[in-house]
Design a protein around this ligand. Structure first.
Ligand SMILES: O=C(O)c1cc(C(=O)O)c2c(n1)C(=O)C(=O)c1cc(C(=O)O)[nH]c1-2
Length: 689
């Protein structure tokens, strides 16, 4: 049922470990790789915890992490030891039965590298092979550590440290190689995936997803196909001067049935196709799945889900491999629910779509024409030609990186889905600013600051867990959530699906009916996918907890400063009796505007600068959800000297607030202060006593 039963032609270095991941179902007590098996179904065959007894599930242990930023990791569990990567690219080994720490390795990512991370300093996980763990860092290193001791074996720089390339995703291992990409398409970089020798860290091959400077060869596996297929789908020079995008920031899957690697490719950069490519062309291979030879990186096939993407519709979302019977025929397929809102079933052999239907309502395309494989795009969605466009869902995705799960028992895929509108308008005054966000698009508009208006607006932001029948291409059940950005999903042979929510609860549903059977108050938002494993015959379900990620940094309006609780790993078992410490009351500083007089021109200039330079982390409109400081409540707001020392001199660089001296003048910093001060005044005035 996993669709991944043939080891294929494995290399010499890690036959033993490849075979172990291929046969992962024979050791269900372990969670050996990111999606548990190479098929990445996130289905645990363990069934001691089941629909009939899940009410008795309790906390077995929790482990506090030493960071307060977002946690997105899927821990691995190998023979009773849990390995989890955390915010700031650290990795910790715990006794999986007790939560006791065995070791921690801190790659000491400089705080200033936080500037290169588009979407929080998160890390989604490690890969394990032959007694070593492999993981990436925000400053672009791929590191191997010894699983017993946590000592470094090798480390290699996979990116240009001068650019905004940052690794948030989990590497994968197969055939003696470690595969890794990076993020940065929104800042203006050129995407690629690299393969490193597992034992030495030496680069084996690299594949660029988009063409570079014309006439210049990269000496990479992609050279031939980029000229043969991709180059002619781009126009002008700005794409290669700025980067073009197409970053490989999350999903990479090895398929032992076909001995292939599938690579999810990200959005175009800058977003606006008018700026990027004169409004022309499909811009291969952005918004695509690429099939590559794992030994050489050689191109096999591609399927472009979002030709000429201009909505940040990445195809990096997790891929699930499965064998399905469709119209009486056995098909080996990839199941994919990328940001663009279509659920694709794709033939693994040919890369051709078998079917594609929307899993939430979408307004950018009418349908996918299966004869050509192309979406039928509504003219209004082409904002580079037709003017501002309000998409639902937009760039936050109908589904983002939060992993979905597939249960071979129910035949259903469980998708953490979203409907989040986003407005797109060509930025007529776009100028490329190396290292910073380079979207070429205004996504904003003014937002209300009054609590009631914010509440009303949030009604348009929806999240739901959807059980999807991939054969019939239709929804079977749904569980509505109060907001988007809920966590990844785990399906188990106990007939359960587990999901952590943005509201800080961890829940179990009946996999067949969707009925909620259990919930736990975890005190903090949960984003990543849970795992299940067993130690000494006892089944556990574990999940990492900690608010953050792109949406929680940038999306305003919630202004719900939570108490500072560190990130945590929580593990549950039947009869577990551990208790979380009592949640402290949030210590909310007041809005702290100063009485200084700023001019309207200063405030307007500060508005433009803040929302293009600062808002991705400190919240659009200076309204913070509380992961990073709400600057309207900052003690530095009333003190121009301290403000400048932070923004220009990098006083808080170690905390992740890099110096912006490269991008902003002291006068710019002062104008930003004028703007935030203005927002703080408005917020103070709107506050109810
Ligand atoms: O274009 C890119 O290179 C890139 C990278 C990342 C990342 O590395 O985390 C994200 C995105 N894009 C993105 O579009 C997105 O919605 C997103 C959400 C998150 C997150 O961790 O919450 N990362 C990213």
């Amino acid at each position: 049922a996993t669709g991944c039963s043939q080891p294929g032609d494995v290399g010499t270095k890690s036959v033993a470990f490849d075979a172990r991941i291929v046969a992962a179902d024979s050791e269900p007590q372990n969670w050996l790789s990111h999606g548990r098996t190479y098929s990445e179904q996130r289905f645990s065959p363990l069934d001691d915890i089941a629909a009939g007894n899940v009410g008795g599930l309790g906390l077995a242990w929790y482990h506090d992490l030493d960071t307060f930023r977002g946690q997105e990791g899927t821990p691995l569990v190998v023979d009773g030891v849990m390995y989890a990567t955390t915010a700031w690219s650290k990795i910790v080994a715990l006794n999986a039965a007790t939560g006791e720490r065995i070791w921690q390795f801190d790659p000491e990512v400089p705080g200033s590298a936080g500037l290169h991370a588009c979407c929080d300093v998160v890390n989604r996980g490690a890969a394990y092979a032959d007694g070593r763990l492999f993981f990436g860092t925000i400053d672009g290193r791929l590191i191997a550590v010894d699983a017993k001791t946590g000592t470094k074996v090798w480390s290699v720089q996979t990116t240009d440290p001068e650019t905004s390339q940052a690794i948030s995703g989990a590497p994968r291992v197969a055939k003696g190689k470690v595969f890794i990409g990076n993020g940065g398409a929104d800042q203006g970089v050129r995407g690629y995936i690299s393969a490193y020798d597992q034992s030495t860290g030496k680069l084996a091959w690299r594949f660029y997803t988009v063409p570079g400077e014309p006439g210049k060869k990269d000496g990479a596996a992609s050279d031939e196909v980029l000229e043969r297929l991709a180059r002619k789908t781009w126009s002008g020079d700005r794409y290669w001067q700025i980067g073009g995008g197409g970053t490989v920031w999350d999903s990479i899957v090895y398929d032992p049935d076909f001995d292939r690697l599938y690579v999810g490719v990200g959005n175009g950069g800058p977003w606006d196709r008018g700026i990027r490519s004169n409004g022309e062309g499909d811009n291969l291979f952005i918004g695509s799945i690429l099939a590559l030879d794992p030994d050489t990186g050689e191109y096999i096939w591609h399927y472009q889900e979002t030709p000429g993407d201009q909505w940040d519709f990445t195809s990096t979302q997790q891929m699930i491999l499965a064998d399905l019977t469709i119209d009486g025929t056995a098909r080996q397929v990839i199941m994919h629910a990328p940001k663009n809102g279509f659920f694709y079933v794709i033939d693994r052999k040919t890369g051709k779509p078998v079917s594609a239907e929307t899993f939430v309502p979408v307004n950018w395309a009418e349908k996918v024409d299966l004869a050509t494989g192309r979406p039928v795009v509504y003219p209004a969605a082409r904002y580079d030609k037709a003017g501002p466009f309000l998409a639902s869902s937009g760039g936050w995705g109908a589904h983002n990186w939060h992993p979905m799960a597939f249960s071979p028992q129910t035949g259903l895929v469980y998708i953490p889905a979203m409907q989040v509108p986003m407005r797109y308008a060509t930025d007529g005054s776009f100028e490329y600013r190396p290292g910073l966000l380079n979207l070429g698009v205004g996504t904003g508009g003014k937002l209300p600051e009054e609590a009631a208006a914010i509440k009303a607006m949030l009604g348009a932001f929806q999240g739901r867990l959807i059980a999807w029948d991939p054969v019939a291409q239709k929804e079977v059940w749904r569980a509505e959530r109060d907001s988007p950005w809920n966590g990844g999903v785990l399906a188990t042979a106990g007939g359960l699906v587990f999901e952590g929510l943005a509201d800080g609860t961890f829940r179990a549903h009946d996999a067949k009916t969707g009925k909620e059977l259990w919930r736990f108050e975890a005190q903090q938002a949960i984003m990543p996918g849970p795992v299940s494993y067993a130690v000494n015959g006892v089944q556990y379900v574990a999940v990492m907890v900690g608010k953050g990620g792109a949406y929680n940094l940038a999306m305003p309006g919630f202004s719900r400063p939570d108490p500072r609780i560190p990130g945590r790993i929580m593990a549950f078992k039947l009869g577990g009796t551990a208790k979380l410490p009592v949640k402290a009351k949030a210590d909310v500083p007041p809005f702290q505007p100063s009485d200084e007089k700023f001019t309207a021109a200063q405030i307007a200039h500060g508005d433009a600068l803040f929302n293009s330079t600062c808002g991705a982390c400190h919240g659009a409109g200076a309204q913070s959800i509380g992961v990073l400081p709400d600057l309207r409540r900052s003690g530095a707001l009333a003190n121009g000297d301290v403000w400048r020392q932070i923004v220009i001199d990098g006083m808080l660089s170690d905390n992740g607030m890099a110096s912006f001296a490269k991008y902003l003048s002291p006068a710019d910093a002062e104008d930003i202060r004028a703007y935030v001060n203005d927002r703080a005044r408005v917020a103070k005035g709107a506050e109810k006593p």
